[in-house]
Design a binder for this molecule. Structure first.
Ligand SMILES: [Ca+2]
Length: 400
């Protein structure tokens, strides 16, 4: 847990997501009026980008053909071991090259986005079932109705947990993105993230918001334990980071995105990300300003939706930026890796973080292009936000 950080109210260095423990001591609570900034809306026109980035195009050119670090993916027999569980698809598993290359860093305006995804290394994963979509609000509601489960963001932090925290910090809530009134330096994400009392999965952007009409949206404001509890109830588990990336790559080799090497193939948007000046205004050119219902964009080759964008997804691995280097130096092919034994993020050494994957509706080439399939995210386990959800996997039953 992260008691010292919360008690001190310490600030963070550059990153993409806040931690619950870093709740600002003097948080200014601004309830979003009707959450207009997050209400997804459909654009009636076809989803065609109006602002294809020249820098992206140049980056694609440099990255073609597929970097030599990626050796061909070798899939196992694609035949599923039995009928698919409801809402899941079979991922055959196999051997693949995992990670990202330094060249891909040039796609992002925030340097270092691929640094912890180096080096590309060889991994094998067994076949498994995977949810075709992120877990939705209606699915999570069935879980809470059946079990009475109360999520981390709904629980009031105790004095015992945070002995020196100011009283105003000991309120249930979670972190919420808020656009800034104008352009800001992208060096301090407290400018666009705030701790919102009363924010939780039922009220994703705070007490003034709810789930009406959001049944098919991914559940958000999920702490790691919330995702694990749901998965256990469903007879499933969270994916390992290696399983997530194998699945996201869809049997292809070294692609930048789950659908190929172009962000907008044939001019089409393929994921719910962020267009417009970050973090001022998401203009929703891809059809959605803010969160989108699941499965609004084409699936990848395995039939999986939203592996890129929409919400970040929890993986079961602890996070360390040097884990891939450890696996590479061990030599050979890492078989069913489950992550390092301990967590470590040099940017926040007191935080024990798990891996996030996939990027979210806030990812943009101006700040964080972690919708690239080989890149990694991370987050402290008790910290949810309104762009963090999950999906589950299921181990195939052993042959009789
Ligand atoms: Ca969008």
């Amino acid at each position: 847990m992260t008691k010292s950080a919360r008690n001190k109210g310490s600030a963070q260095s550059v990153g993409t997501k806040p931690s619950r423990s870093h709740r600002p001591a003097h948080a200014v609570v601004v309830v979003l009026a009707a959450a207009t900034a997050f209400a997804a809306f459909k654009v009636s026109q076809s989803r065609r980008p109006s602002d294809s980035s020249a820098s992206n195009a140049a980056a694609f050119a440099r990255l073609s053909p597929t970097p030599a670090a990626f050796r061909p993916t070798v899939e196992n027999d694609p035949k599923a071991p039995g009928p698919a569980p409801d809402g899941m698809v079979w991922i055959p598993g196999g051997e693949f090259s995992m990670g990202s290359t330094a060249e891909a860093d040039s796609i992002c305006g925030l340097p270092g986005v691929t640094r912890d995804a180096l080096p590309v290394h060889r991994v094998y994963v067994d076949g498994f079932w995977m949810d075709a979509t992120e877990v939705t609000n209606e699915q999570f509601e069935r879980f809470t109705r059946a079990t009475g489960y109360v999520t981390v963001a709904e629980r009031t932090p105790t004095r015992e947990e945070f002995p020196t925290a100011p009283p105003e910090n000991l309120v249930a809530g979670s972190t919420v993105f808020t656009p800034t009134p104008g352009p800001v330096p992208l060096s301090d994400y407290f400018q666009w993230w705030r701790y919102e009392p009363g924010a939780n999965w039922r009220h994703p952007e705070g007490p003034g918001t709810d789930l009406n009409g959001r049944e098919k949206y991914p559940v958000v404001q999920m702490a790691y334990d919330d995702a694990v509890a749901y998965a256990k109830w469903a007879g499933k588990r969270l994916p390992t980071e290696a399983e997530f990336e194998f699945a996201a790559r869809g049997g292809k080799t070294g692609w930048i995105y789950p659908w190929g090497n172009e962000l907008h193939p044939a001019g089409k948007y393929m994921a719910n990300t962020y267009q417009g000046r970050f973090p001022v205004k998401d203009d929703g050119s891809d059809g959605f300003a803010g969160l989108a219902p699941v499965a609004q964009f084409p699936p990848n080759a395995y039939g999986l939706y939203d592996l890129s964008g929409n919400v970040w997804e929890w993986c079961s691995d602890w996070y360390r930026p040097d884990y891939y280097a450890q696996l590479e130096s061990a030599g050979g092919t890492a078989r069913n890796p489950t992550g390092p034994d301990t967590a470590f993020d040099p940017a926040e050494p007191s935080e024990k973080k798990r891996v996030h994957r996939g990027g979210s509706f806030l990812c943009t080439d101006q700040y964080c292009t972690r919708y690239m399939v080989g890149t990694r995210g991370k987050g402290e386990g008790s910290t949810g936000s309104n762009h963090l959800g999950f999906r589950c996997v299921k181990t195939a039953a052993a042959a009789p």
